[in-house]
Ligand binder design. Structure first.
Ligand SMILES: NC(=O)c1ccc[n+]([C@@H]2O[C@H](COP(=O)([O-])OP(=O)(O)OC[C@H]3O[C@@H](n4cnc5c(N)ncnc54)[C@H](OP(=O)(O)O)[C@@H]3O)[C@@H](O)[C@H]2O)c1
Length: 196
């Protein structure tokens, strides 16, 4: 995933971007170990729901890359093969990938492989940290209806692309956090949305 490219730096300044504190779901610290971990879905999406173009992100927003890296560091990341293969930092910062693919040759000691979403989520439940679902399209489509939290970067533009996020605006959400941002190309909103 091209969102993984490059360090999380402020364009032009060379400084690390400040990141907001992340409040984990209350359910994350469970008194009952049998209780399933919540499913967090993280995405950067244009107003026309485009998320990708030719295997890359359709926009290059340093603040969003910083956000994405911070939110997935140390967590279990569930993702498709293309996202896995195009995200250089997927194995950095303590991330534990669960890759959905028919290509079992991608398996390594620290890379779990499954060939469907339900199995991937079952494996993810056994791993430490939060479960962060990172796309691509089919994986978002299958998991959006059952996700507990959406970490959404909504890019306020219509951009060309070939990969889409499913419509989420008709579902019932409670926005628990929001921050506006902009760079020289885009205006965008970071939101944390909990399913009602
Ligand atoms: N803006 C964002 O936040 C964001 C997030 C993620 C991705 N993206 C963009 O989206 C694009 C990549 O996403 P993508 O949807 O094209 O690819 P992808 O989901 O990363 O990878 C597709 C491959 O993963 C496997 N796969 C995916 N869903 C599956 C399912 N439900 N069941 C079984 N196997 C499944 C298959 O692997 P095999 O062929 O190996 O069997 C499939 O060919 C890129 O452009 C990327 O930059 C953007």
């Amino acid at each position: 995933m091209t969102r993984g490219f490059g360090p999380a730096r402020n364009a032009g300044s060379g400084r690390e971007l400040p990141l907001p504190p992340f409040q984990p779901l209350g359910l994350t610290v469970r008194s009952n170990p049998l209780m399933a971990k919540p499913l967090n879905l993280i995405v950067a999406c244009a107003e026309n729901r485009v998320i990708g173009r030719a295997g890359r992100l359709p926009f290059d927003i340093p603040e969003d890359k910083a956000w994405f890296h911070a939110k997935t560091a140390g967590q279990t990341v569930v993702l498709g093969r293309i996202c896995f293969e195009t995200w250089p930092k997927v194995l950095a910062d303590g991330r534990q990938p669960v890759v959905i693919t028919s290509n079992r040759a991608l398996a390594r000691p620290n890379v779990r492989i499954t060939n469907n979403v339900p199995d991937a989520l079952a494996v993810a439940q056994t791993l430490p940290g939060e479960i962060m679902i990172c796309g691509g399209q089919r994986i978002y489509e299958e998991t959006l209806p059952r996700c507990d939290r959406l970490l959404l970067t909504l890019v306020h533009a219509e951009v060309p692309g070939d990969t889409f996020f499913p419509e989420w605006r008709h579902l019932a959400w409670r926005e628990t956090w929001r921050r506006e941002g902009r760079d020289e190309h885009y205006r965008y909103t970071f939101s944390i949305l909990d399913r009602q």
